[in-house]
Design a protein around this ligand. Structure first.
Ligand SMILES: Cc1ncc(COP(=O)(O)O)c(C=O)c1O
Length: 400
């Protein structure tokens, strides 16, 4: 991985200070550029929301707001509060995810958030009751667990038995109940197929199937229009550095064609993007504390592990890695180092699961150098086991 010069300079400066380096480094200028670029290329009616679960740091929320994101996709009250604190009014929040508590739903209704995405009939009835108590109505989308999946994705959110949404084949039975709830304003469908998709064709196929679904729903219920259709997130990033990046131009063109073909212009389409917007705006930088040879393989032990950067272990993939050489004096003659070999990187936790990377080829590394993991701006700290072993929280340092 090639670290941008200013990021490398930032790491060198931080690592030269007293104390062990273990931090996330953020430069949100890439995220800003991506939002601005996408906004210019997407067809009219398509609105970009930042899925803040990728990175809830205020700098990312501010970047999203200043770059023109339409709002924030939230999945809980904690996220709602952070989004509002970063300057997004509640009317710019859309609320997704299974298992919303009555308190969270009440907050959403009381504060007038834009849409609540219903994940089950129970949730619909719960929300209806809250709205009735408050004498308010609430805009909703219905989340569907579509009957197809995207095979190449890192994680799938629909197809098969899933905790997300209502099974597509149950839609015809469930929808009449939801439409009968007088405090819920039905706006349309939400189908989020998969995350980490690099093949644009797969995501466009998903959009086409969702459009077909909306067309069927409208044929069965002439009294309603799906005036909002939410495709979720899913734009991938090239973690494995294969040179095969997600192509947003192809996506925008494909979506425009579909909108025209289906006569859906004038409607609103939501994209809730997390990974694609945030991943390449962050690096996890952790100092190498130890290197030892163990039965034929070097074990490189870093200051932070899955408590600070869990994603590689959770998804069983290596993130791109670079070593920033610090040239620190050796502690003793014969101290191990890494030289042109494939090694294991782990953290300081007392579990074999504490893996940062495995079988990763490294040209040179010494104790005191900084291991830098790329694409760590999304699902880095936000999905880590922060409390495990009670180590200090890593710093989050801004360099933009
Ligand atoms: C409902 C919902 N929307 C959007 C996203 C963001 O997905 P991605 O980071 O793949 O863009 C997620 C991720 O889990 C999600 O659950």
């Amino acid at each position: 991985m090639q670290i941008p010069d200013h990021v490398e300079a930032g790491i060198q400066a931080l690592a030269s200070r007293k104390g062990t380096l273990n931090c996330y480094l953020y430069d949100t200028s890439t995220m800003r550029e991506k939002i601005e670029r996408l906004t210019r290329m997407i067809p009219p009616g398509v609105e970009i929301f930042y899925a803040m679960k990728a990175n809830p740091h205020p700098a990312f929320l501010t970047a999203a707001r200043e770059a023109g994101a339409k709002g924030i996709e939230i999945a809980g009250l904690g996220e709602a509060e952070k989004a509002v604190a970063a300057g997004f009014p509640p009317a710019q929040l859309i609320y997704t995810g299974p298992g919303k508590t009555p308190e969270e739903l009440r907050w959403g209704v009381e504060h007038g958030i834009r849409t609540i995405h219903i994940e089950s009939l129970t949730e619909a009835y719960r929300l209806e009751r809250i709205c009735a108590e408050l004498d308010r109505t609430q805009g909703i989308l219905l989340r569907i667990n579509a009957n197809f999946d995207i095979h190449e994705a890192q994680t799938t959110f629909s197809g098969g038995s899933k905790k997300f949404g209502i099974d597509e084949e149950k839609l015809h039975a469930v929808l009449p109940h939801i439409l009968a709830l007088s405090h819920l304003n039905f706006h349309g469908l939400h189908v989020y197929a998969a995350s980490g998709v690099l093949n644009v064709g797969d995501l466009i196929k998903n959009c086409e199937r969702v459009f077909d679904m909306a067309t069927t729903v409208e044929a069965q219920h002439p009294e309603i229009v799906c005036d909002i259709i939410d495709f979720g997130g899913g734009f991938g990033v090239d973690y494995l550095e294969t040179g095969r990046d997600f192509d947003p131009v192809a996506y925008a063109d494909g979506l425009k064609e579909l909108i025209d073909e289906h006569g859906f212009s004038g409607r609103t389409f939501f994209l809730e993007l997390g990974r694609y917007l945030a991943a390449d705006s962050g690096w996890f930088c952790t100092e190498i504390l130890d290197i030892k040879e163990s039965r034929g393989k070097k074990q490189v032990i870093c200051a932070g592990g899955i408590n600070h950067f869990r994603r590689p272990a959770a998804l069983a993939i290596n993130h791109p890695l670079s070593i920033v050489r610090m040239g620190r004096p050796r502690l003793f003659d014969g101290q191990e180092s890494v030289c042109n070999e494939s090694v294991y990187f782990g953290g300081p936790l007392c579990t074999g699961a504490d893996k940062l990377a495995n079988n990763v080829y490294v040209a040179a590394a010494d104790v005191g150098d900084i291991a830098v993991f790329g694409y760590a701006g999304a699902y880095g700290l936000s999905m880590s086991n922060i409390e495990f072993l009670s180590h200090a929280r890593p710093d989050e340092v801004l360099i933009d």
